[in-house]
Write a protein that binds this ligand. Structure first.
Ligand SMILES: C[S@@+](CC[C@H](N)C(=O)[O-])C[C@H]1O[C@@H](n2cnc3c(N)ncnc32)[C@H](O)[C@@H]1O
Length: 294
């Protein structure tokens, strides 16, 4: 059998033997594989190369291969790189800074986050932090709340989702203000401070921010910023209000423990329950939190 390192392609036109770029690449891969095996005993993983990104990380940083067949949209906003990619099985997917956020397949994400069938939103006042894909706002409006305000930092995310994730957000991102809801474009922390100063209160606050939220303020650690969001959220909640958010993949025990540590640091004290769902576009099970005053 011919070894990959010795593969050659006859070039009949020139009557000589030439090596194509693919062969050079394969040769390099084989050399790397042999060296890696000899030095570390590890095997070089099988990866498909090409123009389209097809590998995204799981929450515990394993590589997952997606069946991406086209890049539908790409732009860089002042806050993040925004991509909509099409997956044969998941539909259009929103990717922010190379991380999966939501796909057309993910109604279960939104339904578990909002506790559909468990929570009663009728006549309630709701605040969404982030949520730029519009799916949570779209599903909540079906439950007849009194009013929803959504605080999203990135106008461009909403424009992209309005155009390419229409099946999960309907037409809610078309208008910025109706009798039922208002979408405010800005840093949620700034607007939360404003609402607190005005004495505004909500029955529900949703944390539907990116896993590492965009901080407008120079707050060092990501966890400090997440705690700032939590503290402000509880200042906005009515005494019997609820804070609902996604946690992390259920395999990320350390990160979930860190999040729960932030909850334990809150004053006044809070208590929480959790729920789980397998999210198709994350290709893993995620944990969701329901937090109330203790
Ligand atoms: C698209 S949603 C969905 C979250 C999601 N399902 C996930 O997997 O993380 C997240 C949104 O949070 C927004 N965001 C991040 N930091 C923010 C901030 N400080 N204020 C308001 N919106 C923010 C992002 O622009 C993004 O549109």
């Amino acid at each position: 059998m011919e070894s990959a390192g010795e593969q050659t392609t006859p070039d009949s036109d020139r009557g000589c033997i030439v090596e194509t770029e693919a062969h050079t690449g394969k040769r390099l891969e084989n050399t790397l594989a042999k060296k890696l095996k000899a030095l570390t005993g590890q095997v070089l993983p099988t990866l498909k190369r090409g123009d389209l990104a097809r590998y995204f990380p799981s929450s515990d940083e394993r590589i997952i291969e997606y069946d991406i067949d086209s890049l539908v949209y790409e732009a860089r906003s002042p806050f993040q790189k925004i991509q909509i990619m099409h997956s044969k099985t998941l539909g259009n997917m929103l990717i922010l800074d190379e991380l999966q956020n939501i796909a057309e397949s993910d109604l279960i994400y939104t339904e578990t986050l909002m506790g559909r069938g468990i929570e009663n939103y009728e006549g309630k006042e709701i605040c969404i932090l982030g949520g730029g894909d519009g799916a949570l706002l779209y599903e909540l409006l079906k439950e007849k709340p009194k009013h929803v305000v959504m605080l999203e930092i990135d106008e461009l995310v909403m424009q992209a989702c309005n155009k390419y994730l229409n099946s999960i957000c309907g037409d809610v991102l078309e208008k910025r203000k109706t009798d039922q809801y208002e979408i405010v474009v800005g840093d949620c922390v700034e607007y939360m401070k404003k609402f607190i100063a005005e004495g505004r209160k909500f029955d529900y606050v949703f944390g539907d921010l990116t896993d590492i939220p965009i901080s407008g303020a120079p707050i060092g650690e990501c966890w400090d910023f997440i705690r700032t969001i939590l503290e402000h959220s509880f200042m906005l909640l009515k005494p019997d209000g609820k804070y609902l958010t996604h946690g992390n993949g259920t395999t990320c025990l350390e990160s979930l423990e860190l999040f729960e540590e932030q909850l334990r640091l809150l004053k006044p004290k809070v208590k929480f329950t959790t729920s789980k769902a397998f999210v198709p576009s994350f290709m893993e099970e995620w944990l969701f939190y329901q937090v109330t005053f203790a």
